[in-house]
Design a protein around this ligand. Structure first.
Ligand code: C5P
Length: 224
């Protein structure tokens, strides 16, 4: 096995406003999560998909699992970080492990391979793109400062790690009660360098309803 991947899919998707898990919403006639799962199911380097789900969605995902070869189902937690930690406990304790949001269906296989290579060499590597907009720090709707854009990157998933690096970062965060918005922030706290692999702007996370329009446009572009 070249790598295994944890896919957190146990969110409620409140910002999408669908009233149910946004990953079950259709994109071009198929649930969003299937677009994401297909990338890893088809990748010969991926040995196992640890799919983290909420108990309410279990009937849906059990049926999916029967049609895929690599899926192992695990229940999630109240925060994304706890969901990933549950996935980690079910993983094979060796080699390279990726974490990839179920809500990012447009990840490219080339980016996955570069991340796996980089994590093998350096211990930790994350997908990111340079920030395009000017970014300002704001308080009470007043600008405090303009941040130097040349050093800013917008971080995505997948994030790839040697298993031992991710496991100890999660255990340390648990002990310290630290809650991060991604895995790399836990790893950074332990002093381990985290490398960047340049990804692309298509690798969006479907979060709010307008993201579905972008997603349809990306799918159309790829079908041409
Ligand atoms: O809400 P957001 O889009 O930032 O969540 C990122 C990913 O983490 C989604 O795929 C979502 O299903 C997952 N998640 C989870 N457990 C939670 C919250 C979010 O697996 N408690």
């Amino acid at each position: 096995m070249n790598y295994q991947v944890i896919i957190p899919a146990a969110g409620s998707g409140k910002r999408m406003g669908a009233g149910y898990n946004k990953l079950l919403m259709n994109l071009e006639g198929r649930p969003i999560i299937l677009h994401t799962l297909d990338v890893f199911e088809k990748d010969p380097h991926c040995g196992q998909i640890i799919l983290v789900i909420q108990p309410d969605d279990e009937p849906f995902f059990k049926e999916i699992q029967s049609r895929y070869l690599k899926i192992h189902l695990v229940h999630g937690g109240s925060e994304r970080q706890y969901s990933v930690y549950n996935g980690l406990k079910a993983a094979v304790a060796d080699g390279i492990i990726l974490v990839h949001d179920g809500a990012r269906p447009f990840i490219r296989p080339e980016t996955i391979l570069s991340l796996v290579d980089s994590a093998r060499k350096h211990g930790a590597a994350i997908a990111a793109v340079p920030v395009k907009d000017t970014i300002k720090k704001v308080k009470d709707l007043e600008v405090i400062e303009t941040v130097d854009r040349s050093s800013l990157w917008q971080v995505q998933t997948p994030q790839a790690f040697r298993f031992s690096v991710l496991k100890s970062a999660h255990e340390r965060a648990k002990l310290e009660g630290f809650l991060g918005t991604d895995e790399a922030s836990l790893v950074e706290k332990s002093g381990q360098p985290v490398k960047i692999v340049e990804s692309d702007y298509d690798n969006i996370k479907l979060t709010t309803p307008e993201d579905l329009y972008f997603a349809e446009a990306i799918l159309k572009k790829r079908q041409q």
